[in-house]
Design a protein around this ligand. Structure first.
Ligand SMILES: Nc1nc2c(ncn2[C@@H]2O[C@H](COP(=O)(O)OP(=O)(O)O)[C@@H](O)[C@H]2O)c(=O)[nH]1
Ligand SMILES: [Mg+2]
Length: 273
């Protein structure tokens, strides 16, 4: 499995801590399909008391019942949460009003001191592939991410002005995923958050089959029009057969995972509350 060495972790942590000083609020992105597995275990330690809005991305790919349960779970733990989708724009317009509400007191105090009204300063953080760049681009309404990487473009453009209400740091903070828990690693690989080459496709596929059979039997059976009540290997054979052109069992597993990633099986959440 890909590894974050202690040195990398320390560096990523330090980079985010440096940027934290510059912002009023942090947008912590987690994937609505894996709200537990896509959360960095040290995020609380890094963010401390910084105002935070948890954004569950890719919610149009997740099971809406589970998304509601996860929202309630976070709220019950005293966290501010909003499920969004950066591809179809779902709930994106709520981000600024919710941020204003969260920072009401801070801004009221500044006004009392006679300071001029100013935009909120925010930053986006999250593990790779959770949707940081897509959200930034969506909020700005054009491609801005990675502007600093092009030759000839200086890093001067540190802030992106979204509107009169919100400025965002143009480079999101990248957090590392957690690897201690095997199940978490599998969930990250199935959703495509980490490279799956280092995990056996059979292991991922068998995990997914068992999960779908237990929690989404109808969606699973109807996707391939098969009876799913059999050994996994036979089930994969049936999947291969349902698609005439699939030769090897391994390719059958691969197809299944690909179908999951493209939401062809259904809107599925892998982390239960
Ligand atoms: N359906 C859906 N896909 C998303 C969403 N946000 C990001 N993606 C997709 O997830 C992949 C990774 O997104 P990206 O923004 O590059 O992730 P980053 O590594 O955190 O910057 C891309 O294929 C995006 O199109 C979302 O809200 N909904
Ligand atoms: Mg990115």
């Amino acid at each position: 499995m890909i590894q974050w060495y202690p040195g990398h972790m320390a560096k990523a942590k330090k980079e985010i801590e440096e940027k934290l000083k510059l912002v009023d609020i942090v947008y912590e992105l987690i994937d609505a399909r894996i709200p537990f597995s896509s959360r960095n275990p040290m995020v609380n330690e890094i963010l401390k008391n910084k105002p935070r809005l948890v954004l569950m991305t890719k919610s149009n790919m997740a099971d809406s019942n589970l998304t509601k349960k996860w929202e309630n779970f976070f709220k019950n733990n005293g966290q501010n949460v909003l499920s969004i989708d950066s591809t179809d724009g779902f709930n994106i317009k709520k981000i600024v009003p919710m941020s204003k509400e969260l920072l009401k007191e801070k801004f009221a105090k500044e006004a009392q001191k006679g300071l001029k009204p100013r935009p909120i300063k925010g930053m986006i953080i999250g593990i790779p592939n959770v949707g940081k760049s897509t959200l930034l681009n969506r909020l700005v309404g054009k491609k801005v991410a990675n502007v600093g990487n092009k030759p000839g473009v200086t890093k001067a453009q540190q802030w992106v002005r979204l509107n009169k209400d919100l400025d965002l740091l143009d480079t999101p903070g990248v957090l590392w995923p957690k690897f201690e828990d095997e199940k978490v690693g599998i969930n990250l690989a199935i959703t495509g958050a980490i490279k799956d080459e280092l995990l056996k496709v059979e292991d991922l596929g068998n995990y997914l089959i068992d999960f779908l059979r237990e929690y989404y039997p109808n969606e699973f059976a109807s996707r391939y029009d098969i009876d799913i009540d059999c050994e996994n290997i036979d089930l994969v054979r049936k999947i291969c057969k349902s698609r005439g052109n699939i030769q090897s069992i391994e390719d059958g597993y691969r197809l299944l995972i690909q179908d999951f990633r493209n939401t062809r099986i259904g809107k599925i959440t892998l982390d239960r509350v």
